[in-house]
Design a protein around this ligand. Structure first.
Ligand SMILES: Cc1cc2nc3c(=O)[nH]c(=O)nc-3n(C[C@H](O)[C@H](O)[C@H](O)COP(=O)(O)O)c2cc1C
Length: 323
């Protein structure tokens, strides 16, 4: 599958990003049925054999949906692989991606030729998640087809660079698929990402506040009550810089204004040694800055319909200005 074929199967140019703890099959299936790429981290399926069940369920339910809706079939889905030395399941999980011919594999925290080759063996695509040009060039050298540019303000592990800087600098040397990530939670921002030169908007946090998200009710409530000011950027919880909901840090007994730093030698996806006793993701909630425009908890399909309406309205507004 190439970029054009992938885009032709979407209602909106959106990839719903994979979220640890939050993205389970129910959400992925709802996103794909509504016409955007749904995704989940392979590590959400626990223990490891559960991934086979999840992939079986997703492919079966989407095939059944496509049979009943040939006029508007579902969008492809994606699996996220953490390509980090601490991920002992990588090989096993990749075998399942090959078995089910997962259309898009999103890799993060390490680029590996063998992973890219495995996906290409059945005609799948790989997009690698990066925060700067150094990692972007390395990912493409190692054989990734596309890039997810994780800008400042993104939920979970996030970069520090402006989305404009990231897209401009990447487009100067790369003409393949680009997804732009960070605080996108409105249809007009999806259009803006395209106008900047990205092929896809990459959206995570907005989907935490949906019916199908596998998140506690308190987490969903904190998302719709929060805004950009509530988001705290720290490396304390995992050793990697990321964005979290301030109120969940307060609830864990810490002061978001005075977060200690993780020691660099402790850098590990599992969290710094001797680090916090609270669990990142489970107790301290990952979240991006874009949540100020979310005020209720609709179904994923309803949220995607809103995005589509807002996208169209933004397009019409721009057309009128040019005319
Ligand atoms: C709660 C949460 C968990 C996340 N888990 C992962 C993950 O397991 N793997 C990954 O590649 N990215 C993960 N991310 C990052 C997202 O894939 C994406 O970059 C981000 O959600 C985009 O920014 P936004 O949340 O502002 O839309 C996570 C983000 C959040 C909010």
């Amino acid at each position: 599958m190439n970029l054009q074929q992938l885009k032709a199967r979407l209602r909106l140019p959106v990839i719903a990003s994979p979220m640890f703890i939050v993205s389970y099959p129910e959400l992925v299936i709802a996103q794909c049925k509504a016409g955007i790429i749904g995704s989940f981290p392979a590590l959400n399926a626990r223990p490891a054999h559960v991934l086979d069940e999840w992939l079986n369920r997703i492919t079966t339910e989407l095939a059944e949906y496509d049979r009943l809706h040939p006029e508007q079939p579902s969008a492809p889905f994606a699996v996220n692989q953490i390509v980090h030395k601490t991920n002992e399941r990588l090989h096993q999980d990749m075998e399942l991606c090959v078995k089910y011919k997962v259309p898009l594999v999103i890799t993060s925290m390490g680029a590996q030729t063998t992973v890219n080759d495995a996906v290409h063996s059945y005609g799948g695509l790989v997009m690698h998640d990066v925060i700067n040009q150094k990692f972007a060039r390395k990912a493409i050298e190692k054989g990734a087809d596309g890039l997810v540019l994780v800008a400042t303000g993104a939920g979970g592990h996030a970069g520090r660079q402006s989305p404009f800087a990231l897209v401009q600098e990447t487009r100067a040397w790369f003409d393949g698929p680009i997804a732009l990530s960070g605080s996108i939670a409105h249809g007009s921002s999806i259009l803006a990402a395209e106008a900047m030169g990205a092929d896809f908007a990459y959206i995570g946090s907005a989907f935490i506040a949906t019916q199908e998200a596998h998140a506690q009710p308190e987490y969903k409530k904190a998302v719709i009550e929060g805004s950009a000011e509530d988001i705290v950027y720290t490396d304390f919880f995992t050793g990697v810089w990321g964005n979290y909901l301030g109120p969940s840090i307060v609830a864990a007994g810490m002061d978001p204004q005075n977060m200690p730093s993780a020691h660099p030698s402790d850098m590990d996806f599992g969290g710094p040694e001797g680090g916090p006793k609270v669990k990142a993701w489970k107790d301290v909630w990952g979240c991006g800055q874009g949540i100020g425009v979310l005020h209720d908890i609709p179904s994923a399909g309803e949220l995607i319909q809103r995005f589509a309406d807002q996208y169209l309205a933004a397009q019409q507004r721009l057309d009128r200005r040019v005319a």
